[in-house]
Design a protein around this ligand. Sequence first.
Ligand code: S3P
Length: 423
Amino acid sequence: MKRSPRVYGEIVVPGDKSISHRAVLFASLSEGISRVRGFLDAEDTARTIVMMKSLGVKIERVSKEELRIEGRGLRGFSEPEDVIDAGNSGTTIRIGAGLLAAQPFFTVITGDSYLRRRPMARVILPLSQMGASIQGRNGDRFPPLCIRGKALKSIRYAMPVASAQVKSAILLAGLYADSPVTVVEPLPTRDHTERMLGAIGAAVSGEGTEITVNPASRLLPIDQIVPGDISSAAFFLALAAVMDGSELVLRGVGVNPRRTGVVEVLRRMGAEILFENERVESGEPVADIVVRGKDLAATNIFPEEVPALIDEIPVLCVAAAFASGRTEIRGAGELRVKESDRIGAMVANLTALGISCGEYEDGLWVEGPSSFPDRAVCRSMGDHRIAMSMLVLQKAAGTELTLDDTACIDTSFPDFRSMIASL
Ligand code: S3P
């Protein structure tokens, strides 16, 4: 395969996955009709729709990317008749557990073979402390989860891991608690839940890493415009960044500062990245992003930066293979328990390409600039972000990759292959 000398053009990435999940959940909890535009139409977010429908919520697809949701109010859900299947979606099962923990009925929620290996004690422990009854496989560690909702008590919970899913599950359960609930994060994570709950009338307060939610009796419907997903944009930011002379414009991308670590790191490596037409839409910062490629230099990514770029580390490893010097990423042990072990997956794939790299328990290093083979065989490990990262490398390096599974890309970005091919 011939290396593309550069890429240029303009693209619109699909809606933000985190905000799309939350929009469906919070609209369902509210009273009245909500409208969600720019919704991410993908496997993961479809699972949250299925979950909320099975609790009795009426969700209509006005178009591919627009939903009309008739909220049931905080206490209007009904017991699902069957097991809920969250598929590959950690956000559905973990945030969903916070909601289900407060419902006066019994639910069983499970997922695909990858999700059934992901840790759930992180939500089971705090929700159990609030009074819910939750059991899981293997000593209450893995899905399926059996949840019997109860009247919940207030807690103040210091989270051992920085996780927006865990924080969101506790805040959601806190809406139903007998008095205010506080979560303390070890590092700040994405705050879409806090922003959205505030917008629909919940009393959420706090600064930095300590957030408190008051019990609520009713919530207002939402009119949400979902911005483009910075985590999907990241593949194109990295692609253009590593190809000197490239220029891409990405329209309408969410640039919430808790999510833009990838931009800071690529800038530090030497890429030119500008935010234009900065605005706020439905309570979230949005911009058009212009990225210009340069010869990149290695950088280090430090533990405190990790939550703001956690999902972008696989593609940053690809960028590191093009940059001169050794890039080291530490404090990223959470990558081991994502859709795949992303540290192991990236080190195995980069090694298969002859790229100099190695792993730590909590991170990895990559040495560039690498020369790339004409062809190589790689494995996505059923993980959408690993698959897309390797396809970015294929495009930029001109290596012909044989990738075992690309269907997993539908989890977050069904049009990725056609979009990257069009550049
Ligand atoms: C997400 C939070 C992050 C992220 C995931 C989506 C969310 O996970 O990796 O893709 O929507 O809250 P953690 O909460 O496990 O850090």
